[in-house]
Design a binder for this molecule. Structure first.
Ligand SMILES: [Zn+2]
Length: 164
């Protein structure tokens, strides 16, 4: 008896359960990292774009994706990473932005039109009290992906994404 062939839908479903290694409330598909899934005669190829090239979690993501696909019974799994086109915060799924906020990470503002962002960048707001009265305390958070802020209204520090 042979198992039913794996479908791309099954792979996408499995990937939707792979958490972002740094932010466990969102998955790699929530973050828009998975760019392509192909299944050819049981051989699965997953192409993903890491959220930031400086992210140290690259190999963790690669391993997690490989494991999730192998758990479906795939005979061969290839996980490729691509930096072209580069990941943008615009790829983050809408409902994931809300979970990021609840987790205490300020969701990135849409980068939108490049001419708009340079003239009128949407200010970062405190994920706890919603105040715009926040200050950046450092260029980078614990990883290169995030920035550290402190809210002057509720005095709570929080992490925010760099919009890229
Ligand atoms: Zn606040």
């Amino acid at each position: 008896m042979t198992a039913a062939p794996i479908t791309t839908e099954q792979v996408w479903t499995a990937l939707a359960a792979v958490p972002d290694p740094e932010i466990p409330v969102v998955s790699v598909t929530d973050m828009g990292m998975v760019r392509d899934v192909t299944v050819v005669e049981g051989r699965v190829t997953v192409t993903f774009t890491p959220t930031f090239s400086g992210c140290p979690a690259l190999h963790v993501i690669r391993d997690s994706i490989g494991e999730a696909v192998r758990a479906l019974g795939a005979a061969e799994v290839e996980v490729r990473s691509t930096l072209t086109p580069p990941w943008t915060t615009d790829w983050i799924q809408e409902d994931a932005r809300e979970r990021l906020r609840q987790y205490g990470i300020a969701p990135p503002s849409p980068t939108g039109d490049l001419s708009l962002i340079s003239l009128d960048p949407e200010p970062t707001r405190c994920p706890r009290c919603g105040s715009f009265n926040v200050r950046m305390t450092g260029s980078f958070g614990p990883t290169l992906c995030k920035r550290l802020y402190v809210c002057d209204a509720c005095r709570e520090p929080f992490e925010g994404f760099k919009s890229v």
